[in-house]
Write a protein that binds this ligand. Structure first.
Ligand code: NAP
Length: 288
């Protein structure tokens, strides 16, 4: 075991995956969890289980925390405050940008350096070359620990010196994920009324998503430029198909709320005089 010693605090599904990847890469790994029994398999695989959270923090220069939320991070680290000075705290717990910024201040007040990260993957993907983990914090600090952090995901990236931005990207990306999930559920429910299996729908849906991604390329540029010329389809053109989706849903007893929301977005933008603009004009609705 030749790598930097690392401590992993929090041994839920994600924390156990993080510790396992670090051990597999040769990092001497100390672990701690509120419920100690969750460390057993890791200890059998070669991890050291710290008797207290303070001992866990003291055991390694690099301390990774991944628990339910930021309140839990602060609460569990309270007894370990004396040991935090001089450590690098890497918080991979999901949260919001304001929580991450407050956590960085909290760590600085206790003499710890701080990186905040957002894991864009589920536990089975930890350690895979394509796994994306977004970091925010001082670039020199990130670079110093990048080799150990890269063990957790090949797509590890410092996106900003601002510790709040990984959380902001995280929620923005999750929003896309849930909208996509809901669109798929709606489509699968519609086809299901004709006994078409979701697995038959799947290849068309995933192929369509690749096409949708190319539309976004144009829309992103339009949003940044503030120019919404419809090069593909106008807002006005999209109203009848959305109404077909609403009609088709209603006659089949499928919930039409998602489509009704889209219709409302279109009619709002058209009502403001943007009938001939592209769908990117809908950004106005979402902006503060
Ligand atoms: N699972 C995923 O796919 C995924 C993906 C990306 C990001 N994340 C993020 O990773 C973090 C952990 O997720 P997970 O999947 O590992 O969750 P999990 O399996 O439910 O584990 C939760 C962990 O938090 C600890 N915890 C909860 N409340 C605590 C408290 N008040 N004090 C101390 N420890 C506390 C638990 O300790 P006990 O064992 O003692 O209960 C456990 O170690 C979350 O922020 C989650 O959003 C998860």
């Amino acid at each position: 075991m030749a790598g930097t010693p690392v401590t992993v605090i929090g041994l839920g599904l994600m924390g156990r995956a993080l510790a396992t990847a670090l051990m597999n890469a040769g990092h001497p790994t100390t672990v701690w969890n509120r419920t100690p029994g969750k460390a057993q398999a890791l200890v059998e695989a070669g991890a050291s289980q710290a008797p207290t959270v303070e001992a866990a923090v003291a055991a390694a220069p690099l301390v990774i925390v991944c628990v339910r939320d930021y309140d839990a991070v602060r609460g569990l680290l309270a007894p370990a405050e004396p040991a935090l000075a001089g450590r690098v705290l890497v918080n991979l717990t999901s949260g919001a940008s304001d929580e991450a910024r407050a956590m960085a201040e909290w760590a600085a007040e206790r003499g710890a350096e701080y990186l905040d990260g957002a894991i864009m993957m589920t536990p089975p993907g930890i350690g895979a070359p394509e796994t994306v983990i977004l970091y925010g914090g001082p670039p020199a600090l990130y670079e110093a620990h990048e080799p150990a952090l890269r063990v957790l995901g090949g797509g590890t990236t410092l996106i900003s010196s601002d510790v709040g931005l990984p959380s902001l990207y995280d929620v923005a990306l999750l929003g896309i994920m849930w909208s996509t999930f809901n669109g798929f559920m709606h489509g699968a429910a519609l086809l299901g009324t004709e006994k078409i299996p979701a697995t038959d729908f799947l290849p068309m849906a995933t192929g369509w998503l690749r096409g949708v991604a190319t539309f976004l390329t144009a829309y992103a540029q339009q949003i940044d430029d503030g120019a919404f010329a419809a090069e593909d389809a106008t807002l006005e053109t999209q109203v009848p198909p959305v109404r077909h989706l609403i009609h088709e849903s209603r006659i089949r007893g499928v919930d039409a709320t998602l489509a009704e929301y889209t219709e409302a977005l279109l009619t709002e933008a058209i009502g403001r005089g943007h009938a001939l603009d592209s769908y990117a004009r809908v950004i106005d609705h979402f902006r503060p």
